[in-house]
Design a protein around this ligand. Structure first.
Ligand SMILES: Nc1ncnc2c1ncn2[C@@H]1O[C@H](COP(=O)(O)OP(=O)(O)OP(=O)(O)O)[C@@H](O)[C@H]1O
Length: 316
């Protein structure tokens, strides 16, 4: 598929369903009689062509989510669809096709992404050989060029730098034109300059090809390369930062980052831990409705008499 066809595909599915959709996703691990709830009712929607970073503390459930989305693991409960495929209802055969053609995957360990005895070009071609694609040489050249490693085509992975290996790994993951690219800490083993460069080429390639990207990371710099950053806390999506370009009155453009708290379909939100601590919020809180907003007050705070009678009036 050419870049133009990819762009057309992106435009075509922009008005359709999200490429990644999870509702109340639960994953419970049982080890030695202990139950770990890695995902506790996670909700996530990513639109076609969007590039999203998933951040969160160690143990918050990021890799568990990627394991499910990549078809390597099954959730304990909830619903999950990627590119229209129901991840809980796939047969074994559909799962193989899904991993081969619908999702691409990049791991943190550079050595895990590429076969050591194949050159960069052969690694990129391999998924297409298995899939029986034609015009492989042209496609390999196009992908290596898109990721800025065309000159390294004939080298073995061990003859490439870590950053170049990850670029080739991204090209390999994109070889069969997946709808969705999943990356688990793709810059985890790289230094700062290489991380920046790899993220930028990944963003560029995904934009050119119309691929939807979900990248898991500890690296706060990743956020600068994506439109949405989703924070996952205790197995749930908690906050989201959206970046957009705004035009000031003098006509100059600037990047605006706004933080949002995620609200689920039952109306539940998770308050930031800093707010909970600062205002001593625990056990229960009192909500007060304004014209266009809702205030959260500590449950043990004295309610002013005027407001109390108004509240009684409203709830009567
Ligand atoms: N195979 C497993 N068996 C038992 N518990 C597991 C397993 N995999 C993960 N867990 C637990 O599930 C929780 C979420 O783990 P997960 O690896 O998804 O977190 P993470 O956000 O990716 O962490 P990190 O950033 O350190 O990679 C943790 O408490 C972890 O110990």
């Amino acid at each position: 598929m050419t870049s133009d066809q990819h762009a057309a595909r992106r435009g075509h599915h922009l008005d359709q369903h999200p490429d990644i959709w999870c509702e109340d996703l639960v994953r419970i691990y049982h080890t030695e009689g202990i139950e770990v709830q890695a995902l506790q009712g996670l909700n996530l929607t990513v639109d076609p062509g969007d590039i999203v970073a998933l951040v969160g503390a160690s143990g918050s459930g990021k890799s568990t989510l990627l394991g499910i989305l990549s078809g390597h693991d099954r959730p304990t409960g909830g619903r999950a669809r990627v590119a229209g495929m129901d991840l809980l209802a796939m047969s074994q055969r559909q799962r193989v096709d899904y991993q081969r053609n619908i999702v691409g995957f990049v791991w943190q360990q550079t050595s895990r992404n590429l076969l050591p005895f194949l050159t960069a070009a052969e690694n990129v071609a391999l998924p297409m050989v298995i899939g029986g694609a034609r015009d492989r040489d042209a496609r390999v050249r196009e992908l290596l060029a898109l990721l800025g490693v065309e000159e390294q085509a004939g080298r073995l992975p061990k003859e490439l730098s870590g950053g170049q290996q990850q670029r080739v790994a991204i090209a390999t993951a994109l070889a069969n034109s997946p709808r969705v690219l999943l990356a688990d800490e793709p810059t985890g083993e790289l230094d700062e300059a290489n991380s920046e460069a790899v993220l930028e080429v990944m963003r560029h390639a995904a934009t050119q090809l119309g691929t939807t990207v979900l990248v898991v990371t500890h690296d706060p710099r990743v956020s600068e390369h994506v439109r949405r950053t989703i924070q996952i806390r205790d197995g749930r999506t908690s906050t989201e930062v959206l970046r957009r370009t705004v035009r000031d009155e003098d006509g100059s453009e600037r990047l605006l980052a706004e933080e949002y708290t995620v609200i689920d379909k039952a109306g539940r939100i998770q308050l930031p831990p800093g707010h909970v601590e600062e205002f001593g919020l625990r056990d229960r809180v009192r909500l007060e409705k304004g014209d266009r907003h809702v205030e959260v007050h500590p449950g043990d705070e004295d309610v002013p008499a005027a407001r109390r009678s108004q509240h009684e009036e409203e709830t009567r």
